[in-house]
Design a protein around this ligand. Structure first.
Ligand SMILES: [Zn+2]
Length: 398
């Protein structure tokens, strides 16, 4: 949680005792904000009851949040005798978030409000620009169309990303130690959060499942998401939070060797999962060549090469993913598995994956295994937004 995030709300003090008080106040602001966010509408009295803070403290904190355009007053609640209390809720349009997804070409951008509702349509980068120019132009277009001040920029990118937003390695984009986050923060003077696209997608899928199940009260704290895009990666949610690992590289399953006699991989090994189950590998297995347009659909390939050949390639991809995923499922005891692909064929892959997990996962874990597919192309964007909001405002999903 970033204590400096509510910087516009609080002033930074150098004196230690004052600094301690400021930190406590920032933490209290985040707690109040979390309650207001979770309730959607509440009252100052309700916040005081929930937090144990005094009414005066809550009133002062809420006043700061209203000044910061994060909370608004929203009519009155029924009176319990005396003056009816004023309702408060998140100021949905008070701040906006600029989101970027670099995991597929062309790069995509979207502006959303504080409750992550889109403002306008997805914008696409010009394919003639180099990566950095395309990214800066996208952020420029998003920020110039924003109608309230930006909470920040959130980017989902392929590759391993360090805590400072430097992309340590992204083979698909040809990046090594690329200072994407610091560069954007300097250029646009806003907080920037960069995360791996599979990590972002996993937290977005988790948020979506929590939302869907809010009425049934079934908790889904653990989730494994396998994302099939230009590359292949996974995101792991444990206990409701993203599991990053020591090098923030958790879930890099694309280069797990699943076939020792397999094809050479761009990483230098052979038989990596990515050589069988990435979108490019599936198309190559069907057509026998790499020279196929990325826009070609599986139906079009089926007409040329035969539906059975398409089905076979998808099943093989699902079985290979199942081999790698079963190790994670057994090791972490995760029962919720999501296959995310914005392209067609995800259901056939999931079918192969289900079969393989059914064979390889510990018998005790099998009855609760749920393998579902998600196809929303905006999943990485939404996940990046969830992570930025969490980092800047301390919102947890709920
Ligand atoms: Zn590899």
């Amino acid at each position: 949680m970033n204590m400096q995030s509510l910087g516009p709300v609080i002033s930074t003090e150098n004196e230690p005792r004052k600094a301690g008080r400021e930190r406590m106040r920032a933490l209290n602001l985040q707690i109040v904000l979390q309650i207001v966010h979770g309730e959607h509408t509440t009252t100052r009295a309700e916040v005081a009851r929930t937090t144990g803070l005094t009414r005066a403290t809550v009133s002062s904190l809420v006043a700061d949040l209203i000044d910061a355009k994060l909370v608004v007053e929203a009519g009155v609640a029924p009176s319990a005798g005396g003056k009816p209390p004023t309702k408060i809720r998140i100021n949905q349009g008070g701040r906006q978030l600029a989101l970027l997804d670099l995991s597929a070409r062309p790069f995509r951008g979207l502006l959303v409000d504080l409750l992550l509702q889109p403002i306008g349509d997805v914008v696409l980068a010009r394919s003639s620009d180099d990566h950095d120019t395309a990214i800066e132009n996208l952020v420029e277009r998003l920020t110039s169309s924003a109608t309230s001040s930006l909470l920040g920029v959130a980017v989902a990118t392929p590759g391993v990303v360090d805590a400072d937003g430097v992309v340590v390695e992204a083979t698909n984009l040809g990046w090594v130690d690329h200072p994407l986050g610091p560069r954007l923060a300097e250029r646009f003077e806003v907080p920037v959060l960069v995360s791996n696209d599979a990590h972002a997608s996993a937290i977005a899928a988790h948020a979506e499942l929590v939302r869907q199940r809010r009425s049934t009260g079934v908790a889904t704290g653990d989730l494994l998401l396998v994302r099939i895009a230009e590359g292949l990666g996974a995101g792991i949610v444990l206990g409701g939070g993203l599991h990053l690992g020591s090098h923030r590289a958790a879930g890099e399953i694309g280069h797990v060797v699943v076939d020792v006699d397999g094809e050479d991989c761009r990483c230098g090994n052979a038989g990596c999962l990515e050589t069988i189950a990435s979108r490019a590998a599936i198309v190559r297995a069907i057509a026998g060549t790499d020279a196929i347009s990325p826009d070609v659909t599986l139906d079009m390939l089926g007409e040329t090469y035969g539906a059975s050949r398409v089905a076979e390639a998808l099943k093989r991809a699902g079985v290979a993913i199942g081999g790698a995923a079963s190790v994670l499922v057994n090791a972490l005891d995760v029962s919720e598995i999501v296959v995310h692909s914005a392209s067609d064929g995800a259901e056939a892959i999931a079918e192969g994956l289900r079969g393989e997990l059914g064979r390889r996962v510990l018998p005790a874990l099998r009855p609760d295994l749920e393998v579902r597919t998600m196809s929303d192309p905006n999943l990485p964007l939404m996940g990046a937004a969830v992570l930025l909001r969490q980092d800047q405002l301390g919102f947890v999903i709920a």
